[in-house]
Ligand binder design. Structure first.
Ligand code: ASP
Length: 317
């Protein structure tokens, strides 16, 4: 059995490409890197890679991570600027025994030395989004941080190897140097080939409070099905945050075990995700939380058409 699951509709083309690799017996690492690169390269996804939304200083600072579920090798970059594919840099770092999590200038120096592609990641469209938001914040007191998503994936290959990866531009208009959960192993992602893996999207500052990806893998290691593990972990963290802090930020999680069974849970309305498993085509679902229970519904053609239309619509400033 092989399979891939990923946060958000934006991952669909990527995991379809990854599935081609897995079908031919390719390894999970190659499949996930190619899948995440696809999302990083697509200019209309405004929270990952090229076209990602900038920080408060109008710079695109990117976070990404990679974890190997066989060896527990980990690699991550945070607040890296002007490199095309942060996921590839994170994967390369996972080959290092030490110094495998690098931030800012140090990450850029490493990427430069290894010859990774440099690219100005600030697109004209992202600049337009930024100008619009600056105006909105002034005029309507709209929160600057709204508008952020991470592509987070878990992959199982035919040999039983599992990997997990993330990539994001983090919160829109975040403070320079801010790091979210996505490059933090255990929070943004975690994977153990003997069990399964999980990955997160939402408000990094809150996701980190529950080490939530690790928690889901831990529950799965006790024999809990990925769907139940996601439900238990998300509901528990959501309730704890509300009780202790009065509110909970967005928390959305995807998981897959080493049999290719999967699960998803969220505390928001309309969380979309994409999944592909051996014997099936890529499917895009929307998750509804009905009193703490989650129902996954296949996205309708109308929803899918509307999604792309909105992503590509001109920005009215
Ligand atoms: N978790 C990401 C962060 O906090 C953003 C997101 O997934 O929406 O940087």
């Amino acid at each position: 059995m092989w399979g891939m699951i990923a946060t958000w509709r934006m991952a669909a083309e990527g995991i379809t490409k990854g599935a081609e690799i897995l079908k031919k017996g390719g390894c999970a690492g190659d499949a996930i890197e190619s899948a995440i690169k696809e999302v990083e390269d697509f200019p209309y996804y405004k929270s990952v890679g090229y076209g990602g939304l900038p920080n408060e200083e109008m710079e695109v600072e990117l976070d990404a991570a990679y974890m190997d579920g066989d060896t527990f090798d980990i690699g991550a970059v945070a607040a890296i600027k002007d490199f095309a594919n942060p996921i590839s840099i994170a994967r390369s770092l996972s080959n290092e025994k030490v110094n495998c999590v690098l931030v800012g200038e140090g990450a850029e120096k490493y990427a430069h030395k290894l010859g990774f592609e440099r690219k100005n990641m600030l697109s004209d469209r992202a600049k337009a989004h930024y100008r619009k938001r600056v105006k909105e914040v002034k005029e309507q007191e709209l929160k600057p941080y709204i508008g952020h998503d991470t592509v987070g994936m878990v992959c199982l290959d035919a040999s039983g190897k599992m990997v997990s990866g993330t990539s994001t531009s983090g919160l829109f208009m975040k403070r320079k140097g801010r790091v979210g959960d996505s490059p933090i192993i255990g929070s943004g992602l975690y994977v153990d080939s003997e069990v399964g893996g999980a990955s997160a999207t939402g408000l990094g500052e809150d996701l980190m409070k529950g080490c939530i990806s690790y928690e889901i893998v831990r529950l799965m290691s006790e024999g809990v099905h990925p769907q139940r593990a996601c439900e238990l972990a998300v509901n528990k963290l959501n309730e704890k945050l509300k009780k202790r802090r009065g509110e909970a930020g967005d928390l959305s999680l995807v998981a897959m075990n080493n049999k290719g069974e999967w699960g998803v849970a969220t505390n928001i309305e309309g969380f979309s995700f994409a999944v592909v498993v051996e014997g099936k085509d890529t499917e895009i679902y929307l998750t509804e939380n009905i009193n703490g229970k989650f129902v996954h519904k296949l996205a309708t053609q109308e929803w899918l058409d509307n999604y792309m239309k909105t992503r590509m619509a001109p920005i009215e400033e």
